[in-house]
Design a binder for this molecule. Structure first.
Ligand code: FAD
Length: 440
């Protein structure tokens, strides 16, 4: 079969869900049938971005090259950003790829044919049109932004001693808007990173006294989507470590050095992270497919859009939560994207073999519970008992270890057991020769 004859499945977005689908499908059908498009050339599991931002995880060691993954897993990788498409001609149009520094063109604008398309482009932070938010706050949507935050944090930590001498009573203020899993995990990670920076002699600041981390949440409790017991445990852990937690606070304006809430109260900030909600990328609105108010493509229980050749999965899709009480949509979580990748394997295999997907299968999300990391040795979680169907509360090192195993499972799905094992061992050994936090 020539490349032209091969039924081509193009997956756009190589994140938590799309990459797992491409890897599993590629191993089965090979690079003529399976194509992956991503706007980045390296993959990182998005739930680790708060560690990149804090400097406790080095993107240059953790990131995986898509070109390497394509070779290993048997798919074709195309480096480029999807901009628009012609659904009548089954064509995707990619923007030119330019070098970040010089803006020199690396790849020209291209078009790609697809027979089946899977949209897996994830989500980004939703600023809810808050004045100043896009300009002054950093959102942890990509490795570039997480790295930008890390460099600004490092700069603040290095210059803090000097500022403290010049301004008596100076406190380094870090504001985090949004007390969901991202905000909570980032607050805990930053505490440890700031302590590590002082340990290595970058400054003489005392976290908790000279550094103030303020977590601002709009609803009545942090981790509001998770069980109350988890919220209370996570809040206590953060308070014990000196994080200031403010609930029922809606930020209505962001300025360079201050956050202002809807009551007019002000919160000084040297650095601000925005983690207060998500929306899918804006270009999805222009494809002629049905989207919801946060740009997610509406799909049926088989993850099919209104176009029979197009599927959507993960954060960029609004999929029905089969079996949920109030006809809810599935939450934007890595666990959902992971399970949807497994689900779509069969439909994609059928289409590659020349069959049609009549939508007879229903995606049923199996909720195993949620885990939140609250630092390197602590976590809190609520796990769904497999036999009992009840929620089990876990905390401490056990919860943290279980949390780490989620990342391992993603690597296993993408790299297979041998490479995952050697990578984990390699990282363990190199960690011994590196500082606990990235200092350059
Ligand atoms: C800091 C942080 C912590 C989190 N922690 C947790 C957690 O503990 N547990 C949990 O379940 N979830 C967590 N999440 C949410 C989780 O990361 C997402 O639900 C999950 O990554 C969604 O997977 P996805 O495949 O839909 O999209 P993503 O993993 O976001 O991948 C999308 C991919 O699409 C690519 N892309 C985007 N636009 C284009 C385009 N136009 N053209 C080509 N490529 C494109 C991107 O480069 C990216 O590779 C966290 C998120 C963040 C930011």
């Amino acid at each position: 079969m020539t490349d032209i004859d091969a039924h081509r499945v193009v997956i756009v977005g190589g994140g938590a869900g799309g990459l797992e689908l491409a890897a599993k499908l590629g191993r089965k059908f090979g690079p003529n049938h399976v194509w992956l498009v991503d706007k980045a050339d390296g993959h990182i599991w998005k739930p680790s971005l708060h560690e990149v931002a804090a400097g406790t995880l080095d993107i240059h060691r953790e990131g995986l090259s898509y070109f390497m993954l394509a070779k290993d897993c048997g798919f074709t990788f195309i480096f480029g950003e999807l901009e628009s498409m012609d659904r009548q001609q089954n064509q995707l149009f990619l923007k030119p790829v330019c070098s970040p520094g010089t803006r020199e063109e690396i790849f020209p604008a291209r078009s790609i044919r697809y027979d089946t398309l899977v949209l897996a482009v994830g989500s980004k932070s939703n600023f809810f049109s808050t004045p100043g938010a896009a300009e002054f706050a950093i959102a942890l949507d990509s490795t570039e932004e997480a790295e930008r935050f890390r460099q600004r944090l490092l700069h603040q930590l290095v210059t803090a001693d000097r500022r403290k001498l010049a301004e008596p009573g100076y406190v380094l203020d870090i504001g985090i808007v949004g007390g969901g899993a991202t905000g909570v995990e980032l607050a805990a990670e930053l505490l440890e990173a700031c302590a590590d920076a002082a340990f290595y002699g970058l400054n003489k600041l005392q976290p908790g006294t000279d550094i103030r981390i303020t977590l601002l949440e709009g609803s009545g409790r942090i981790l509001s989507a998770l069980p109350e017991k988890m919220s209370a445990a996570a809040q206590q852990l953060l308070l014990d470590r000196g994080v200031v937690v403010k609930t029922s606070v809606r930020i209505s304006e962001v300025r360079q050095d201050v956050l202002i809430d809807s009551e007019g109260r002000q919160y000084p900030v040297d650095l601000c992270v925005w983690a207060a909600g998500i929306e899918a990328p804006g270009f999805l609105k222009n494809l002629g497919l049905e989207v919801n108010r946060i740009n997610q493509v509406v799909v049926d229980a088989g993850l099919r859009t209104s176009d029979p050749d197009i599927y959507a999965m993960g954060d960029c899709a609004q999929a029905p939560w089969h079996g949920s009480e109030a006809q809810q949509a599935l939450p934007a979580r890595a666990q959902v994207a992971h399970q949807q990748a497994d689900f779509l394997l069969a439909a994609m295999a059928k289409r590659i073999r020349g069959g049609a997907d009549a939508g007879e299968r229903t995606f049923r999300f199996r909720d195993y519970g949620s885990l939140v990391s609250v630092g390197h040795s602590r976590g809190v979680g609520s796990l769904m008992g497999v036999l009992s169907g009840k929620n089990w509360f876990v905390e401490g090192l056990l919860a943290r270890l279980m949390y780490m195993s989620l990342h391992l499972m993603h690597h296993l799905a993408v790299l297979g057991p041998l490479r995952t094992g050697s990578l984990a061992l390699g990282r363990l050994l190199t960690k011994r020769g590196a500082p606990r936090v990235k200092l350059h």
